[in-house]
Design a protein around this ligand. Structure first.
Ligand SMILES: O=c1ccn([C@@H]2O[C@H](COP(=O)(O)OP(=O)(O)O[C@H]3O[C@@H](CO)[C@H](O)[C@H]3O)[C@@H](O)[C@H]2O)c(=O)[nH]1
Ligand SMILES: [Mn+2]
Length: 371
């Protein structure tokens, strides 16, 4: 029987609490495919490269667009901590956002289909991952117990079943996998066709290679640790931006009792970047990381560090002390980490401090924004 009650439209989840951050040095045509899923959300576009280039944002999206001139204007001398000519520039979007959640995606990533042929709403899956707890202290062999149709298995301690807040949701990619340059070179035609229907928590004490291509996180829980480092133009290394952020963030999540999930959602990664160019960018990282990983595995943050900023500043000190002998780059990186936290605190003053600006955080106008 028809109901006379008016149907209240369901608002997209976290519509006013989530920003979508997109780094681009190309174009934003990919947004057309994501329109059904992204249109209700606010976009923060970080235009890399030549700021005089005009990047067209497809009609109908609510956005703010920042180019290098905006970065320099907004951060002044601290702009030197934001990379140029590398996808690491995306972290500027994390800095200027005022929302609790972030989803970041590359401009060569498209909507993938699941094995039943349905289009995957990657954003919705990240939101679900972030709004349900993680289980870093004891591995659940049926994977994420908070997913529909799953639960904790027999033998899972009840004292661990509450889980911990989820800080990061790491999605994956069909078609072009996120391989390093050597692997891309030896397996140029390899495509990822394997859809694994699983979300799992990365156990405490275990690091992982965080890819920035399809990534969601809780900005209030872990935002200050999501600095993508000094990469690209003028730097001896590139394409380790997301890796650096992932290692720092995971160590801090472990220390603060926060969770990191990986697995669903998948998206369709369409463009393989040039492996030879990538090799030039990555090669120092490929041998440095043999020392970086033992460093991160050895980090023990003091119990007095109870905020992300305090943890991050402590980490910056350790980077200078323990990694400075590898290469002078790590002295620069350590200083940039401190500058990032200063910039973060400048743009994201604690709530009480905002009262002095009658509650409105001070924010410079972007180069362009939706009408
Ligand atoms: O100088 C640049 C280069 C690229 N971008 C934007 O960043 C993303 C990723 O670029 P691309 O798709 O070319 O790179 P991939 O190798 O596929 O990306 C993976 O490697 C990581 C590099 O650090 C990246 O996070 C992974 O996803 C696109 O949106 C480019 O437009 C840029 O802004 N500046
Ligand atoms: Mn890509």
């Amino acid at each position: 029987m028809a109901s006379s009650k008016p149907v209240t439209p369901v608002s997209p989840p976290l519509k006013d609490d989530l920003d979508i951050v997109i780094p681009t040095i190309r174009n934003l045509d990919f947004l057309e495919m994501w329109r059904p899923f992204f249109q209700p959300y606010h976009l923060i576009i970080v235009q890399d490269g030549d700021p005089t280039r005009t990047i067209r944002v497809p009609e109908g999206f609510d956005y703010e667009l920042y180019n290098r001139n905006d970065v320099n204007k907004l951060l002044g001398p601290k702009a030197s901590c934001i990379s140029f000519k590398d996808s690491a520039c995306r972290c500027f979007g994390f800095l200027v956002s005022k929302k609790k959640y972030i989803f970041t995606i590359d401009d060569d990533c498209f909507v993938a289909k699941d094995p039943t042929g349905n289009e995957i709403n990657a954003l919705a899956q990240h939101i679900s991952n972030l709004l349900t707890p993680s289980t870093p202290y004891f591995f659940n062999t049926l994977y994420d117990p908070f997913r529909e149709g799953a639960d904790f298995v027999r033998g899972y301690p009840f004292s661990f079943r509450e889980g911990v807040p989820t800080a990061i949701s790491h999605g994956l990619w069909l078609n072009i996998p996120d391989y390093d340059a050597p692997t891309q070179l030896v397996k140029p035609l390899e495509r990822n066709t394997r859809y694994v229907d699983a979300v799992m928590t990365i156990p405490k004490g275990t690091l992982f290679p965080m890819c920035g291509m399809n990534l969601g996180f809780d900005r209030e829980l872990i935002g200050p640790a999501m600095y993508f480092g000094l990469m690209g133009d003028g730097q001896p290394i590139g394409r380790y931006d997301d890796m650096w952020a992932g290692w720092c963030a995971k160590v801090i999540c472990d220390h603060l009792g926060l969770g990191v999930k990986t697995g669903l959602p998948y998206l369709w990664h369409s463009k393989a970047s040039n492996p030879f160019v990538n090799l030039k960018k990555e090669y120092k990282g490929i041998y440095w990381q043999e020392q970086l990983i033992p460093f991160f595995q050895s980090v023990a943050l003091p119990k007095e560090c109870t905020t992300v900023q305090e943890c991050y500043l402590n980490l910056a000190k350790l980077v200078k002390e323990k990694l400075g002998d590898i290469d002078p780059y790590f002295h620069k990186l350590s200083e940039a980490m401190v500058m990032w936290i200063e910039a973060w605190d400048d743009l994201n003053p604690p709530k009480e401090a905002q009262a002095s600006t009658n509650g409105k955080p001070v924010k410079e106008e972007p180069s362009s924004k939706s009408k």
